[in-house]
Design a protein around this ligand. Structure first.
Ligand SMILES: NC(=O)c1ccc[n+]([C@@H]2O[C@H](COP(=O)([O-])OP(=O)(O)OC[C@H]3O[C@@H](n4cnc5c(N)ncnc54)[C@H](OP(=O)(O)O)[C@@H]3O)[C@@H](O)[C@H]2O)c1
Length: 291
């Protein structure tokens, strides 16, 4: 099968690795085909073509002739209005290119009446995709585990704290990017099973105190959970954190694991074990390690 992965430089670009490992062909888009991220995909065997979410025609040209388009939007780069605009361009492009199947990463919580502009934008994009009549699968992840490494959390990790978006004893559902991508690969390979579905997904549910405890068991330093003060956050993130605290994700994790055993689901501990290099780099032992 041939899949177009939109955004070689994006947070979900690793899906190209998974598809290539499984013997599929990948075409990746980039606004900068000579960027290190685009070159990395080219070295894996992907074809790289120029495309920009701002230009629907460039996306349509990139999408011609593939079996599936995989895309995740750009909300964290361009905000809710940009996300809605880029999503509309994507919808127009997949329709123009007559794409057989689109797998799109939205977000759990997307709704027309959400108090969050981001979630209203994600809902608009889902509607625009639906209106095209193109066969599609919507994956709607909860808060991503990888958000722990977002720029506003780095100083806290370096100082030995686990930065929490919500009260430190409040259970929070989180999704591992690896699980999201593993499910995306399934949806790409089995369009007849997944087309027309919208799947909210979370990998685990735990409080910041429990997460800090888990990571502390893996690294030579104790992390103390602490809620991130709102004034240290970009405004969009502040809204999101308020929603996580007040409403929050409510995915039926057990049902999801039961229905989709093909996904190698991560619990928080197994996810954290795979991030050990990052933790060791960010949270080095404060004392010299004895020989
Ligand atoms: N963080 C969470 O907890 C969470 C949870 C659920 C869903 N999500 C969703 O994940 C999605 C993707 O994450 P992200 O917003 O950080 O994007 P991203 O995946 O980091 O980047 C998107 C990629 O799109 C490509 N692109 C093409 N045209 C672009 C343009 N005009 N402006 C910006 N990028 C363009 C870029 O690749 P090139 O540079 O190679 O062209 C870019 O790297 C978001 O929409 C978000 O809603 C996040």
């Amino acid at each position: 099968m041939k899949t177009l992965v939109v955004g070689a430089g994006g947070r979900f670009a690793q899906i190209a690795d998974l598809l290539i490992e499984r013997g599929h062909e990948v075409r990746g888009t980039s606004r900068e085909p000579e960027s290190p991220a685009a070159r990395r995909l080219a070295a894996l065997g992907a074809e790289i073509v120029p495309a920009d979410y701002e230009a629907s025609r460039s996306l349509a040209a990139a999408a011609r002739g593939v079996d599936t388009v995989f895309a995740g939007g750009t909300a964290h780069h361009v905000g809710p209005e940009g996300e809605a605009r880029h999503g509309a361009n994507l919808a127009e492009a997949v329709a123009a290119a007559d794409v057989p199947h689109l797998v799109f990463v939205s977000g759990d919580g997307a709704a027309p009446d959400s108090p969050l502009p981001l979630f209203r934008a994600k809902w608009e994009v889902e509607e625009a995709i639906g209106a095209t009549g193109v066969s599609h699968t919507i994956l709607a992840p909860t808060y991503l585990m990888e958000n722990l490494f977002n720029p506003w959390n780095i100083a806290a990790l370096q100082a030995g704290t686990y930065p929490s978006p919500a009260a430190i004893d409040r259970p929070l559902q989180q999704a591992a990017v690896a699980d999201l991508l593993s499910l995306a690969v399934l949806a790409i390979e089995r369009p007849e099973r997944f087309a027309g579905r919208r799947i909210p997904l979370a990998s685990d549910e735990l409080s910041a105190e429990q997460a800090a405890e888990t990571i502390s068991g893996l690294i030579p330093r104790r992390l103390e959970a602490r809620r991130t003060p709102a004034e240290q956050l970009p405004s969009g993130v502040r809204f999101l954190f308020g929603w996580l605290e007040s409403t929050g994700h409510q995915v039926d994790i057990e049902a999801l694991r039961h229905e989709l055993p093909e996904v190698r689901w991560h619990g928080y501990a197994s996810w954290a074990e795979e991030q050990l290099d990052r933790f060791r780099e960010l949270c080095p032992h404060p004392e010299p390690v004895p020989h």
